[in-house]
Design a protein. Structure first.
Length: 488
């Protein structure tokens, strides 16, 4: 290369070497933040001379296949530049536009148009409408979406981490008033807070219907300020639809809604909410035994994160710790979980500028999460001392939990029952499991039911114990009529 810019550096990292931002930074021996800045600026940023030399070396040391991929990508990039109209790059997240080019986007940074606002609105509307009318009985022969794993999942997220710029058309006719947008925002908040008051299927249908309507409004085109507010609603409703799909065991649909939510939050210029979405995507991958993918997602979130509050950072760290636990890495788990605890202590002295969606991640949630991860670490590694740590942390969480937070209390209680099995307390484990089952009857959570099924399986080795035998019979009666997708 005669001169490297952020655009070529991104091609070398993502297309040729197929590395995450963090791994590429380690290869070059520079901070990951520097890589992100290069890629965000694209062709407008030229690394310093000594870093140009580092990039030369990285390309020279690559294998022949990687060099061939880089050459092809570079030719495609140059061809795209020759065919594109000239426009200004986005600065500090502010959208720029050229009235002669409708709904512009940077095709060099996003050749598939994945992060183009118009594409996001259209795909969200279409998917929500199809899902609304989809016959769930067809799930046994194939659902609406296909689960993405590996690079098919993480490469699109790299676009978010790299900060693909936003472009909006200047010529848009307003079809909705500011008062109507406010009403839509309030309706979206209400739908997300329904919790367990309605049957899951009915609640999910309501969210999908509203999501399709709002996405259609955005697709018609609105002035930039209103459009970004509507995209924020689309992001929130898409994430709600993802969570409900996940609860119902519809993993491919859940993942698709998560990605749509991430794209909508990008169109809304709300990168903090994007962290929330990525954390949820990482959690889903962990439950699907794709912990390496989860770790890549969390690293992309950290690499592309704006300045976050201690509590948001702690939440991301716990996702990272969780992935380490599932991968059987006790030292990495304890190190990262310890950082999360330190961050939560620091949060008590913060200025209170947390985003509203992080409110649920408090000291109780942190304790419950660490306890649950110690439980998984002990299960994965076969080292029983983790069960004792799990009992301690989960017990603390239950003392701190709001009594009205029935769902999380039920999940904590199931984990506590499983941890009691690990510490060799079958009588107490059985009583705790029955308490959790009574809570589960009131929350209609597929996730809680799957955890109860896990307890029933793990308690088989204590089947001769009278208390355990009674609990297993009760659980069998409770779970028998439910069709549970254990992959969630």
């Amino acid at each position: 290369m005669d001169t490297w810019t952020g655009a070529e550096a991104r091609l070398l990292r993502r297309v040729a070497l197929r590395l995450s931002v963090r791994d590429f930074a380690e290869l070059l021996g520079i901070p990951a933040r520097t890589i992100s800045k290069w890629e965000q600026a694209g062709s407008a940023r030229e690394p310093r001379p000594h870093m140009q030399a580092m990039l030369d070396t990285a390309l020279a040391q690559a294998d022949d296949d990687a060099k061939a991929r880089f050459s092809r990508a570079l030719r495609a990039n140059l061809a795209a530049q020759e065919s594109l109209p000239v426009h200004l790059p986005a600065i500090d997240g502010t959208p720029h536009s050229d009235p002669s080019v409708p709904d512009q986007f940077d095709a060099r940074a996003d050749p598939a148009g994945l992060w183009r606002p118009a594409s996001t609105a259209r795909e969200t509307r279409d998917f929500a409408v199809r899902d609304f009318v989809f016959d769930r009985r067809q799930v046994i022969t194939g659902g609406m979406a296909v689960l993405a794993v590996g690079s098919r999942l993480t490469e699109p997220i790299d676009g978010w981490a790299a900060g693909v710029p936003l472009y909006f058309s200047a010529s848009k006719t307003q079809t909705v008033t500011e008062e109507e947008v406010h009403h839509i925002e309030m309706t979206g908040h209400a739908l997300r807070r329904w919790e367990g008051r309605f049957r899951l299927g009915i609640k999910r249908k309501a969210v999908l219907g509203q999501l399709a309507e709002v996405a259609e409004l955005v697709e018609r085109g609105q002035p930039a300020e209103l459009e970004q507010r509507l995209f924020r609603v689309v992001a929130e409703l898409s994430k709600a639809a993802a969570s409900m799909s996940w609860e119902a065991g519809l993993n491919a649909e859940a993942q698709h809604y998560y990605l749509l939510s991430l794209r909508a939050s990008h169109a809304a210029s709300d990168r903090l909410f994007g962290l929330n979405v990525l954390a949820a995507m990482a959690r889903q991958m962990i439950y699907l035994n794709r912990s390496a993918d989860a770790l890549e997602i969390v690293r992309a979130a950290v690499d592309g994160a704006p300045r976050t509050t201690p509590r948001v950072h702690a939440m991301l760290r716990m996702r990272e710790a969780w992935a380490h636990a599932r991968l059987g890495r006790p030292e990495a788990f304890r190190r990262v979980a310890g950082k999360a605890e330190e961050l939560m202590v620091a949060d008590h002295g913060a200025d209170g500028d947390d985003p509203p969606w992080i409110d649920g991640f408090d000291s109780a949630e942190l304790s419950g999460t660490i306890g649950g991860r110690y439980l998984e670490l002990a299960t994965v590694t076969g080292k029983p001392q983790g069960f004792g740590h799990a009992v301690t942390y989960i017990s603390d969480a239950l003392k701190l939990r709001d009594q009205d937070n029935l769902r999380n209390r039920a999940l904590d209680t199931i984990n506590l029952a499983r941890a009691r099995l690990g510490t060799g307390e079958p009588d107490e484990a059985a009583r705790t499991a029955l308490e959790a089952m009574r809570m589960a009857r009131h929350i209609n959570s597929g996730h809680a039911d799957r955890k109860l099924m896990r307890f029933a399986e793990e308690s088989a080795r204590f089947a001769k114990n009278r208390e355990v035998r009674h609990a297993r019979e009760e659980l069998t009666d409770y779970l028998r009529p439910k069709k549970l997708n254990q992959g969630a």
